[in-house]
Write a protein that binds this ligand. Structure first.
Ligand code: CUA
Length: 224
């Protein structure tokens, strides 16, 4: 509650199943943490105020069992959603969905998406650069790109990520996705279906002088 009041929205909106639930789990965890915190603080306070309660309970076996078992049960209750989310974050099926190629360069991204309009680009392989001029009102400075990664909405997305030079990191916070891009290595990131719209991210691995200027723009659309 305090973090909400102080920080407000401290995450990007979770725009796929995984990230939405991850944020919910985080908030749930935070609530439990506050309960534990205030419970322990009140116990400590009561020991200071009523010192008798401490001495009267020395060697109290029932109390010892209770304060071992209850925290264990709380931890067990947290394991289930945590492991479920961890599993979802790497769930592959390949039965449907779209495969996307992402390659990091100093300092831009190149993509392969068969959805890119042939009028815009004559190849399905294309480079995506930061737009530094011609911004209009409502654009996000340092996040807008000339050619975004174009993906299908509502189907699983498989991002095959690599690099041509140094280590970059392909990160889309609202999808809960962060995949390191290594030269000579292929990493895969998975996202469940996303809704139609624009998504933004940034390179998340220090990769040189223009690390801050290789944003990730993604557009999800419905294909007829
Ligand atoms: Cu590419 Cu940092």
């Amino acid at each position: 509650i305090v973090s909400y009041l102080v920080l407000g929205n401290y995450f990007f909106n979770g725009l796929n199943f995984f990230m939405g639930n991850l944020i919910m789990f985080h908030d749930f965890l935070l609530i439990i943490c506050y309960f534990v915190l205030f419970f322990i603080l009140s116990l400590m306070l009561s020991m200071v105020v009523f010192s008798g309660s401490y001495f009267n309970n020395l060697g109290n076996v029932v109390l010892e069992v209770v304060w071992t078992v209850i925290p264990s049960l709380i931890l067990l209750g947290l394991v289930e959603p945590s492991l479920t989310l961890l599993y979802i974050s790497e769930a592959f099926s390949f039965n449907n969905g779209q495969v996307l190629k992402v390659v990091g360069h100093q300092w831009y991204w190149s993509y392969n998406s068969d959805l890119i309009n042939s009028v815009v680009q004559d190849s399905t392989d294309y480079d995506s650069y930061l737009i530094t001029s011609d911004l209009v009102s409502g654009d996000f400075r340092l996040l807008e790109v000339d050619l975004p990664l174009v993906v299908l909405a509502n189907v699983p997305l498989y991002f095959f990520v690599s690099s041509s030079d140094v280590i970059h990191s392909f990160a889309l916070p609202s999808l809960g996705l962060k995949v390191d891009a290594f030269p000579g290595r292929l990493n895969v990131g998975v996202s469940g279906g996303v809704s139609v719209g624009c998504y933004w991210g940034q390179c998340s691995e220090i990769c040189g002088a223009n690390h801050a200027f290789m944003p990730i723009g993604m557009e999800a659309l419905i294909y007829f």
